[in-house]
Structures are given as structure tokens and as C-alpha cells.
Design a protein around this ligand. Sequence first.
Ligand code: SF4
Ligand code: SF4
Length: 160
Amino acid sequence: MRYFTKPRGIKKKKEPWYKDGLRYECTRCGQCCTGRGYIWVDYQEILGMAEHLNLEPETFLYLYVRRVKSRRSLVQTPQGNCVFLSYDSAGQSQCKVFPARPAQCWTWPFWPANLFDERCWDQAAINCPGVGKGPLYNLTEIRQMRTASPTRRRRPQRRR
Ligand code: SF4
Ligand code: SF4
């Protein structure tokens, strides 16, 4: 006699808490381009930024990129500003490589750690006045940016 295992029901994938979309609009305060941390870049992004600045990739690497173990990050000033951050006369931030900026920048604030739950999203809004405001990004757009983000996907550590 053969025994058949009972077929398991196909589990329906749980919808993420942001299934109805999230709002975001940059106010150009520049806060996300300052402070301690890393601005991860890969080789394709280095090529794109070098081309944007009309530099040879080697020159770009020498001037603007530092190694962090096996990864590469953009150089920061002693104050912690990204080397490409500047401000216009109205005090609005500008990125000197904006059309070619790295994925870490254009995927903000839809990073895995910010999307972990609503509390994480609200925490991101503390430092970014654009979070929760402006046009609505739909689930597909959010997922695309979440996937493209080079930031860590692990569960965020919280202080209790
Ligand atoms: S912190 Fe937010 S609002 Fe300010 S420049 Fe960065 S993305 Fe824009
Ligand atoms: S590359 Fe541009 S957007 Fe990214 S941190 Fe630097 S100044 Fe900000």
C-alpha cells in the first residue's frame, strides 16, 4: 500500500503593510547626504559618475572613492558630507552627480530597513522631512526600489 502525503495548501503571500503605496517627496534639505555612514557604489555606478563628470574611471576612483573592506564608498568631507553635496544660494541641496547618482541614493527612502514595518518608516521620517509627504508611490515602484537598494536587508536593531 502506498501512502500519500496530504497536499499542503498553497499559502497566500502576505501583502506588505505598504500595499496601498507610500508618499515621498524630497524637500532638498540635504540631510541624507550628510552624517556618518557609507555611500556604497559599484563599478557600473563609478563608470556612470565618471562619465557624467568627464573623468577617466581611474581618476574618479582616486579622487572620490574609498575602499571599505571588499566594498567601495564615496568619499566624505571631514564634516561627514558626501563629496558631491553642495547647496545653492537658497540653501537647497544639490548633487553634482544627480543623473548618475548611486542606487543607494535614488532608492531612498524605500530601503528594506525603512520598509520593515510602519514604525521603521516613521523613524525614517524623523531625519527625512520628505517621508510620508508628496506623491504616492505604488507597490510595484516601492518593490523595484527596495530590490535595487544596496543597503542591508536584515531586520533593524532597535534600542528599547
Ligand atoms: S533627507 Fe529627505 S528631504 Fe532631505 S534631501 Fe534627503 S531625501 Fe530629500
Ligand atoms: S551622490 Fe549625491 S545624492 Fe548621493 S549622497 Fe552624494 S550628494 Fe547625496
